[in-house]
Design a protein around this ligand. Sequence first.
Ligand SMILES: NC(=O)c1ccc[n+]([C@@H]2O[C@H](COP(=O)([O-])OP(=O)(O)OC[C@H]3O[C@@H](n4cnc5c(N)ncnc54)[C@H](OP(=O)(O)O)[C@@H]3O)[C@@H](O)[C@H]2O)c1
Length: 262
Amino acid sequence: MTTATTPAAYAESLFGLEGRLAAVTGASRGIGLAIADCLAAAGADIIAVGSGRPGGDDEVREAVEARGRKLIAVTADLADREQVAALAADLAARDVDILVNNAGTIRRAPATMHSDEEFDHVVDVNLRSTFVLSREVGRTMVERGSGKIVNTASVLSFQGGVTVPGYTSSKSAVTGLTKALANEWADKGVNVNAVAPGYVATANTHDLRADPERSRAILDRIPAGRWAEAADIAGAVLFLCSRAADYVHGAVLPVDGGWLAR
Ligand SMILES: NC(=O)c1ccc[n+]([C@@H]2O[C@H](COP(=O)([O-])OP(=O)(O)OC[C@H]3O[C@@H](n4cnc5c(N)ncnc54)[C@H](OP(=O)(O)O)[C@@H]3O)[C@@H](O)[C@H]2O)c1
């Protein structure tokens, strides 16, 4: 029970992140940028994990600092095992309160032409890095007795998708990993959950939106009648990072305009 006496104080008691340190992978653009901005607006300082692309932290730095919060930029290619291990050690040493495993990549090719390299790359970035970062940062959260981890699934965690077998495999596994970690850490004060975005207008879906037929077919199936903006996903992540979600463990929250309900 909160003792807050005004609506603003009540909202702050449930959703405020003042004093928290949140690490967000893939924070340079798209959904990750919106998440970093949203968590900063709620009061968190942000560690933005970028791939090392020149200028990759410019937009997120501007957004977070405009919220009056601190931005720490770190880089790692999440497809590179050594770099992921070094990043995990770095984050584990920083007493991170919140970890958002958002970075992701996709390769589009029919299964008969989907190469080992494409499959492995997508699985390494989307799934393997999520596990390694969660394991290392999660250990510090377990020791401290508190923490929130939010993984990024997809509606393709529940469906086969079209010509993206590596991506669908990785995102289906992210939901299994989320539940496995939640089972282990729920009684240790650590919440592990996932969001499952629907179709969001970002670089990830550029090719779909550039194809008039696919784009129309997707839009026609979305009950909300529009593609998502990155900011649509960020509010759900804030919820899962907040005190309001203290009793939410192992959930995979679709944020899809009703796509899966259809
Ligand atoms: N867009 C959608 O419709 C949709 C739907 C469901 C789920 N998702 C998931 O949501 C997450 C964010 O997607 P988005 O749409 O915002 O995609 P996006 O605009 O393509 O952004 C991807 C982010 O991941 C980072 N990244 C990619 N490969 C990386 C690597 N090897 N090492 C380090 N960072 C890497 C990128 O960094 P750089 O900027 O430095 O390249 C970028 O910040 C992903 O997990 C994606 O699978 C997206």
